[in-house]
Design a protein around this ligand. Structure first.
Ligand code: ADP
Ligand code: MG
Length: 277
């Protein structure tokens, strides 16, 4: 496949404020593949997403990330986007003063050569069409980016960006959180329509529910800042039925969160029935 992406993460380590969060994570995504990363809270999933997009808060301290052999870690965030990487964030930022349409048009044009920018008419037709697919109210075109959007509206808007930017490597961080079942169906349909040999997906989720709608080819479990188990869709099903405890038992993990490896005995056990505040 001429345009099929090959995305490779090897031994990736990253820290924030001196604390190591990602502890040697490896994953290979090829065009046409959908990979799901599942894991309890605090295991480093969002850190992985942010690090892959080059968020300045996270410092890479080891490993490599390449897209078609090109060093991604050497690229600024906008260069990563231009190379075809896209992240739908777990907590999208609100930007007052920039409308959704302004933002998306700039993002599309930033990926084009000077002189071949998308015309306003074409852009509006494209945006209107994609918004219709996602059953979004047309007024969202001219609203300030994410300002006052509900959780579900923000997520739908992230998917709108994905549809319009036509990325090659798509990372979705908990796109299902805050979505009711109808919105989840619409979002999943948007993702499924984008599945092709020219694109690879990394879907980060806490719950198996999303994977009923977007069927992954590979499922990985993340704990303590690394992938501790991989399998096919049946792994997600087992996690849904049995939770994460059996994985921890199998691997001898007591605390799955980042930082839970060395200082076990100094930690308050996770499962104590603490009083509700
Ligand atoms: N901006 C930050 N500053 C300090 N610590 C952070 C920051 N972001 C994440 N962490 C820490 O990194 C660990 C993993 O967090 P995160 O990647 O958000 O996990 P997940 O997405 O799996 O819930 C947590 O211990 C969290 O407190
Ligand atoms: Mg997260």
């Amino acid at each position: 496949m001429a345009n099929s992406p090959h995305f490779q993460i090897e031994g990736l380590k990253a820290s924030i404020e001196g604390k190591e969060i990602l502890k040697g994570l490896s994953l290979e995504i090829k065009g046409g593949e959908v990979h799901a990363i599942m894991g309890p809270n605090g295991t480093g999933k969002s850190t992985l997403a942010s690090t892959l997009m080059g968020h300045p808060k996270f410092e890479v301290s080891g490993g490599t990330v390449t897209l078609d052999g090109e060093d991604v870690l050497d690229m600024a965030t906008d260069e990563r986007a231009r190379a075809g990487m896209f992240l739908a964030m777990q907590y999208p930022s609100e930007i007052t003063g920039v409308t959704n349409a302004d933002f998306l048009r700039s993002a599309i044009n930033a990926r084009r050569e000077e002189g071949s920018e998308i015309s306003l008419i074409k852009f509006i037709r494209l945006m209107e069409g994609k918004m219709k697919e996602l059953e979004m109210n047309p007024e969202f075109m001219h609203r300030y980016l994410n300002e006052g959007f509900s959780g579900g509206e923000k997520k739908r808007n992230e998917i709108l960006q994905m549809l319009m930017l036509d990325p090659r490597i798509v990372i979705l961080d908990e796109i299902d959180s805050g979505l009711d079942i109808d919105a989840l169906r619409i979002v999943a349909a948007g993702v499924n329509a984008m599945r092709s040999e020219d694109r690879g997906f990394l879907i980060i989720t806490h719950y198996q529910r999303l994977l009923d709608y977007i069927k992954p080819d590979f499922v990985h479990v993340m704990m303590q800042g690394r992938i501790v188990k991989s399998g096919g869709p049946e792994l997600a099903q087992r996690l849904e039925n049995e939770g994460y405890d059996w994985v921890k038992e199998e691997l001898g993990i007591i605390d799955e969160t980042v930082g839970g490896s060395e200082e076990e005995e100094f930690k308050i056990p996770m499962n104590t029935t603490a009083p509700k505040y």
